[in-house]
Ligand binder design. Structure first.
Ligand code: F6R
Length: 369
């Protein structure tokens, strides 16, 4: 049932182009507008919303962090993202004009369920983004947008994460569509790029052998740091989480701009530092800043592992290892940039002799608070 792969995780990583395409299927019409029939919150209700709050745990939380950038940029509605386990304990400000989005692969995560119950008690509408039909979270929500990743067996979330991102982009675009905000050329371009993104994910998968080799060469390290900016920051957090849970290594993700506020003191000779580089096209200021971050850490002897777009030549002089990803619009880049980090963690776990599908101390769905 592993389809010829040694682990479910490898199979699920390989299934990502299909999972992404399936999650988009039937949701974008020929004219480039979105139809999200399952979202049973009416267009007029959505127009009234003045705030979006996303609650989730772990990898799903990282999807939520990325969604914030897309929602605020495309719809201009303020969006907060909160760990579900923290949410209800701080007496959050919620009302009927707050759209709460609960993201969960399993649909059974207790922290997320308790957060959505709390939100509904305060009169907010809850939209679930979920991969498991008929599970508790969508049943208790006002509406659901299902991700179509298919069953995810490996404990570490991979294809579910990519489809959560797709669902978040769809919700953001849909909110933009019904509210008429920024519904211009940029949005049409994004929809076109999104409908081609599965091919880019496929292309990343075809070039992963050097990443595996690199991972094996780092099997005796104790720490790996991950840096990113903008949507690359949650990607860095996700890369670090995957490495912790699979390779049992110390890993941390930082916003690259925070380096000089403390973490740069950690940089040591030969310390592997993975840097997720935003597209040099588009918001090039982001790109230039991260190139100087790479220079700074390299000057202190770190071993730089750089994930950058094809054709981005500016990073070449500072990269000890260069991982290329296809050119992708900034906000969508996490869909391609996360994949090498999944492969990296999976291969490091294997090299260290760990059980990839079933990491120690972890359960696939966490049904206790
Ligand atoms: C990490 C991972 C976990 C889950 C988290 C939420 O690889 O799988 O961090 O993302 O436990 O689970 P769901 O999405 O089922 O609510």
């Amino acid at each position: 049932e592993k389809g010829g792969y040694d682990y479910f995780m490898l199979k699920e990583i390989a299934e990502q182009p299909k999972a992404v395409a399936d999650t988009l299927l039937g949701r974008i019409d020929a004219g480039g507008s979105l139809t999200l029939d399952e979202v049973r919150i009416s267009a007029s209700e959505l127009r009234e919303m003045d705030k979006v709050v996303i609650v989730a745990c772990g990898t799903a939380f990282h999807a939520g962090l990325i969604a914030k950038y897309a929602i605020e940029h495309w719809t201009r509605i303020p969006c907060e993202v909160e760990l579900a386990s923290e949410f209800r304990y701080r007496d959050p400000i919620l009302d009927a004009q707050t759209l709460v989005i609960a993201i969960s692969q399993s649909g059974e995560t207790m922290d997320t369920l308790m957060a959505l119950r709390h939100a509904r008690e305060q009169g907010s509408k809850v939209l679930a983004i979920c991969n498991t039909n008929g599970s508790t979270i969508p049943r208790e929500s006002d509406a659901v947008l299902y991700t179509h990743a298919g069953p995810e067996v490996a404990v570490a979330s991979t294809k579910a994460f990519l489809t959560q991102l797709v669902a978040c982009y769809l919700v953001a675009l849909y909110l933009g569509q019904v509210r008429g905000t920024k519904w211009g050329d940029e949005i049409q371009d994004v929809i076109r790029d999104l409908s081609r993104i599965a091919d880019s994910v496929e292309r990343v998968l075809e070039t992963m052998e050097p990443v595996r080799e690199l991972a094996r060469s780092l099997a005796d390290k104790n720490t790996v740091l991950f840096l990113g900016r903008h949507v690359g920051y949650p990607v860095a957090l996700e890369g670090a989480l995957k490495l912790k849970e699979l390779a049992y290594m110390h890993a941390e993700g930082f916003a690259a701009g925070e380096l000089k506020h403390g973490p740069i003191a950690l940089i040591d000779e030969d310390l592997p530092v993975v840097v997720v580089v935003p597209s040099p096209r588009g918001r090039s200021i982001l790109h230039d800043k991260i190139v100087s971050n790479i220079q700074e850490i390299r000057a202190r002897g770190a071993r730089t592992i750089v994930i950058a777009e094809e054709g981005d030549e500016a990073v070449v002089p500072y990269a000890d290892h260069l991982i290329r990803i296809p050119a992708t619009p900034t906000l969508l880049q996490p869909l391609v940039a996360t994949v090498p980090l999944q492969v990296f963690a999976c291969e490091l776990a294997t090299a260290r002799g760990n059980e990839v599908d079933q990491p120690r101390n972890l359960a696939k769905s966490v049904t206790v608070e």
